[in-house]
Design a binder for this molecule. Sequence first.
Ligand SMILES: Cc1cc2nc3c(=O)[nH]c(=O)nc-3n(C[C@H](O)[C@H](O)[C@H](O)COP(=O)(O)OP(=O)(O)OC[C@H]3O[C@@H](n4cnc5c(N)ncnc54)[C@H](O)[C@@H]3O)c2cc1C
Length: 59
Amino acid sequence: MAMITRGGIPLKEVDPNTMQSRKIVGLYFCGEVLNLDGPCGGYNLQWSFASGYLAGGLE
Ligand SMILES: Cc1cc2nc3c(=O)[nH]c(=O)nc-3n(C[C@H](O)[C@H](O)[C@H](O)COP(=O)(O)OP(=O)(O)OC[C@H]3O[C@@H](n4cnc5c(N)ncnc54)[C@H](O)[C@@H]3O)c2cc1C
């Protein structure tokens, strides 16, 4: 079982300010579905929370 995975969405296909797809307007991504991972120790949870905050337009 993987503790951390990369979901397959390249970061370059997503606007980092809003997490909106650069290919499909109105489609947003966050967390492990994107190709980003860090060492164990909270970085992956922080990424999931922060990207979810942006994708939800909560800033
Ligand atoms: C055993 C383990 C230990 C870990 N320890 C750490 C750690 O110490 N520090 C750290 O930073 N990271 C850790 N991680 C990684 C971290 O938990 C993940 O990176 C993070 O939870 C990913 O968040 P996410 O929201 O992208 O995905 P998830 O947390 O997997 O959330 C996805 C959600 O979508 C739901 N879902 C799936 N399919 C559907 C569907 N069709 N319809 C509706 N809902 C659906 C799932 O039920 C789930 O609730 C650990 C992971 C594991 C497995």
